[in-house]
Design a binder for this molecule. Structure first.
Ligand code: ISE
Length: 334
């Protein structure tokens, strides 16, 4: 039985605690912490045997905690991951791994010093059945080489304090991971374009934005990023290959026919859209730790996404494609 501590008792943190408690075999959540102590105490009160710690650091140091799940605010991720590595503990960190590539490099350095993989990053889309099938078809080679990806990420709302850069570093970070995974390729350059702004969006950040990327093999990717005020939470992805295309399926929804209209609902909450992927992701994570260590998205993958996000955010307003340059891949991640 793996004892897990969860840092961050906001929406996704509480959702993961429920998931680990109700669904995932072979583990129990024994500790939680939150920047707002009261949030941790309230969460702990809902589960037998769950203890609230006054800080993430104390939770990480607690002897009964064998593995840590980080679901706190983005700026706190890197510090907590480094703390887990200092204690040699397994850590699952929600995306993004850090606020920038430089902090990811520190994490990679600390993990290399431990001599084995301890870190997994929460790129849950890799566990979504739709994306997994797209990758299987692309990898089979039956459609020839992938040439282009058209993707879009449409969201209903963002929390207070959201900023333009987060459209890339927090939201489109999912596409930055899934596109390099689907194509088995790395990015060469990219830029962010500002488009005519939605009249609905008067909150002080760019919305929508377009992310453009070129991979090392010359494939091109465009991602429409609407961080808020969309009609629903809608994620689309089409990969155009030499001999055909593959499309991400819409999530399961019953089609209603009434009043001379055929319709089906579109989800609004991102936690629901990928609920099955989250379930599989954490089940596999716990299973992999029992077998010796994580096998899902690594600190290297977290780093690759942040390198691209940094370049994209630097490109905003320059009208230029900027190079996306990574350090040499350490053997541990090959
Ligand atoms: C949110 O922060 C997430 O993490 C979701 O996965 C993402 O799809 C969403 O757009 C973000 O707002």
């Amino acid at each position: 039985m793996l004892n897990i501590g969860v840092i961050g008792c906001g929406a996704i943190g509480r959702d993961h605690i429920r998931r680990l408690h109700d669904l995932v075999p072979g583990c129990q959540v024994v500790a939680c912490a939150d920047y707002f102590e009261e949030a941790a105490r309230k969460t702990a009160a809902q589960y037998e045997g769950l203890r609230a710690y006054p800080s993430g650091e104390e939770l990480i140091a607690a002897p009964e905690v064998q593995a840590v799940l980080i679901a706190s605010s983005d700026p706190s991720h890197a510090g907590y991951v480094l703390e887990c590595l200092k204690h040699g503990k397994f850590v699952f960190c929600e995306k993004p791994l850090a606020q920038n590539a430089a902090d990811c490099e520190k994490i990679i350095e600390a993990e290399l010093a431990q001599g084995k993989r301890l870190v997994q990053v929460g790129f849950m889309r890799r566990y979504d059945r739709g994306y997994a099938e797209m990758k299987r078809i692309i990898d089979s080679g039956e459609l020839g080489a992938p040439l282009m990806i058209h993707a879009c990420h449409r969201n209903v709302s963002q929390p207070d304090g959201f900023q333009t850069e987060m459209g890339v570093s927090n939201v489109a970070i999912h596409e930055l991971d899934i596109c390099r995974w689907l194509l088995s390729d790395e990015y060469a350059n990219g830029q962010v374009l500002k488009v005519r702004q939605s009249a609905c969006s008067t909150k002080g950040y760019d919305n929508p934005q377009i992310v453009l990327l070129e991979t090392q093999s010359g494939a091109r990717i465009d991602v429409e990023v609407q961080v808020a005020d969309a009609y629903g939470y809608d994620i689309q992805c089409q990969v155009v290959c030499e001999k055909g295309t593959v499309n991400l399926p819409d999530p399961y929804a019953v089609v209603k026919r009434a009043n001379a209209t055929r319709s089906f609902p579109i989800l609004t909450d991102w936690k629901d859209r990928f609920i099955e992927a989250y379930d599989i992701e954490l089940t596999e994570w716990v299973k992999s730790l029992a077998a010796g260590g994580p096998t899902g998205p690594s600190a290297w993958d977290g780093y690759a996404a942040c390198v691209a996000a940094d370049a994209l955010n630097r490109s905003r307003g320059t009208g230029q494609f900027l190079p996306i340059e990574m350090m040499e891949k350490p053997a541990m991640y090959k």
